[in-house]
Design a protein around this ligand. Structure first.
Ligand code: FUB
Length: 324
């Protein structure tokens, strides 16, 4: 029986699923939401994640296996708390977990942990990646083996406070008629432990070739980037945050510019929306989350998946999360 659009993992709360295929098996690297009774705020304090679990499946209809805790905040010297949305990339015969967390000063940074197997366990580096900041890293390996990490999130993710690369507590979003803040991209070093060059903003343009503006909340970047390649075109997808959509833009270079194309996923139950896109056994899938399992509590989310379809012209068919 298909589990499409149904909670896939029900024994713990999970969110922000990054899905990948390794050795013909599908692996999911999500956040692990911790239930508590605290209140929500724009700083994201309700997302109190302490560790990561890895899940895997033989096929989308097979049992989804929990490989258990593969990294805890107590094992990472630079981490204070809030281990948010991670991703994994395979390179140099190893699996690299790229993850965000608050450092001892309370600022979000990105770190690396390494494993011999896709299901972990992951051994963390002692320090965060030098020059890293903000949240939601998504690692994409191009056909030439180069790894690009896309990242950044507004508000709780502090992107507006890191516009110069260093933390400025007074940093604000641009005025509504100014270009929106951009997702960041860092080319990784060959050993995957550092940025090969300073991260740069990735341009997202409208149909006229003009930058999407900060006031254009239906289309501007908020958080949760993902990169995939389909028939030679690069697809940058992301959450619009305040308007609760997953949207996408396409381009012919992983560093952009990208042109806005449309919606992938309409709003789900809960404030956040976060996704990944993966090809598995000849079909394309969207992995995402909502708060159905907890009856709508924002920080108690559950991972779901559904098939994703392209049109002949390469555009993606919009997914309506509660249509069966
Ligand atoms: O899970 C914590 C945050 O919520 C993520 O970093 C965002 O993308 C949103 O899903």
């Amino acid at each position: 029986m298909s589990r499409e659009k149904e909670p896939l993992i029900t024994h713990i709360y999970t969110a922000d699923p990054s899905a990948h295929v390794f050795d013909d098996r599908l692996y999911i690297y999500p956040s692990h939401d911790i239930p508590h009774d605290g209140e929500d705020n724009d700083n994201g304090d309700e997302y109190q994640m302490q560790d990561y679990h890895v899940f895997s499946m033989d096929s989308v209809d097979a049992p989804c296996i929990d490989h258990g805790e593969v990294l805890s905040k107590d094992d990472v010297p630079w981490v204070r708390d809030q281990m948010w949305a991670p991703d994994v990339v395979y390179k140099n015969g190893k699996y690299y977990l790229v993850f965000p967390a608050r450092d001892m000063e309370g600022n979000f940074r990105l770190g690396i942990a390494t494993a011999e197997k896709p299901e972990g366990p992951f051994k963390p580096e002692e320090h965060c990646i030098e020059g890293s900041f903000s949240i939601d890293p998504a690692a994409f390996m191009d056909d030439d083996g180069k790894v690009y990490v896309y990242f950044g999130g507004l508000w709780g993710g502090q992107l507006e406070k890191f516009q110069s690369g260093t933390f400025d507590p007074s940093g604000k979003e641009p005025e509504k008629d100014q270009p929106a803040l951009l997702p960041m991209c860092a080319v990784m070093s060959e050993d995957m432990l550092s940025f090969a060059e300073a991260p740069r903003g990735v341009q997202i343009l409208d149909e006229k070739g003009d930058p999407i503006l900060a006031g254009d909340e239906e289309r501007r970047y908020f958080e949760g980037p993902w990169m995939h390649k389909y028939k030679g075109t690069y697809y940058l997808s992301y959450s619009t945050g305040t308007t609760h959509r997953v949207v996408y833009a396409t381009g012919d270079n992983p560093l952009g510019p990208f042109t806005y194309r449309g919606h992938i996923l309409e709003p789900v139950i809960g404030w956040t929306t976060h996704h990944s896109i993966v090809e598995f056994h000849g079909k394309w899938y969207l992995f995402y989350h909502d708060c159905e399992l907890s009856g709508g509590i924002n920080h108690r989310r559950c991972v779901k998946y559904t098939e994703l379809h392209y049109n002949e012209d390469g555009t993606i068919q919009t997914i309506f999360p509660y249509d069966k």
